[in-house]
Design a protein around this ligand. Structure first.
Ligand code: IMP
Ligand code: MG
Length: 173
């Protein structure tokens, strides 16, 4: 699998960008009651590095939804496999995602979380592929905007594999 990957963002580039995002978030959420919500599975390396770049006190909780059948194409259906273990009512919620592609996942998750009446709801993603959008979702914090490539590594998978690569690369099928 690895021989089909060309590097896109190195470990050092990712680290530098996350430090920038972290200090931005530190400023924006100063003095606020924040819940950082990670969307499993792909977010795990990103959220681990991001929360450590934020010099604030906040809760971290996870949700798991399915959007892909395991291959390279979105099914457009989203099912909740694991829900949050805390309330976001009246609190500031920040959803952290590995990549926004069609936007369908975040559209669905966003509506579901809005029903729980957070004081604010924002989205932070490591990667954004705006050219693939099927529904408009407001993405508040973006690590990197990319072209329409299928990318792997640093949490992003191909059929469950390659999440453990320390960098992000383009997969050539
Ligand atoms: P969306 O619902 O189409 O925005 O897709 C969001 C989810 O699709 C992400 O959380 C990823 O799990 C997956 N995804 C989208 N694009 C890629 C990619 O290029 N590589 C790996 N996973 C992707
Ligand atoms: Mg995935």
């Amino acid at each position: 699998m690895r021989e089909r990957i060309t590097p896109l963002f190195s470990e050092a580039q990712i680290r530098a960008r996350i430090l920038e995002l972290g200090s931005q978030l530190t400023q924006d959420y100063a003095g606020k009651d924040l819940v950082v919500i990670g969307l499993l599975n792909g977010v795990f390396p990103f959220i681990a590095d991001l929360v450590r770049a934020m010099e604030l006190d906040f809760d971290v909780s996870f949700m798991q939804v399915t959007s892909y059948g395991g291959g390279m194409h979105s099914t457009g259906e989203v099912h909740i496999l694991k829900d949050l273990d805390l309330s976001i009512q009246g609190r500031h919620a920040l959803v952290v995602e590995d990549i926004v592609d069609t936007g369908l996942t975040l559209f669905k998750v966003g509506n579901l979380l809005k029903d729980r009446e957070p004081q604010s709801l924002k989205i932070c993603t490591l990667l954004d592929k705006p050219s693939r959008r099927k529904v408009q979702v407001p993405v508040d914090y973006v690590g990197f905007t990319i072209e329409d490539h299928f990318v792997v590594g640093y949490g992003l998978d191909l059929e469950g594999k390659l999440r453990n690569l320390p960098y992000v690369g383009v997969y050539h099928p």
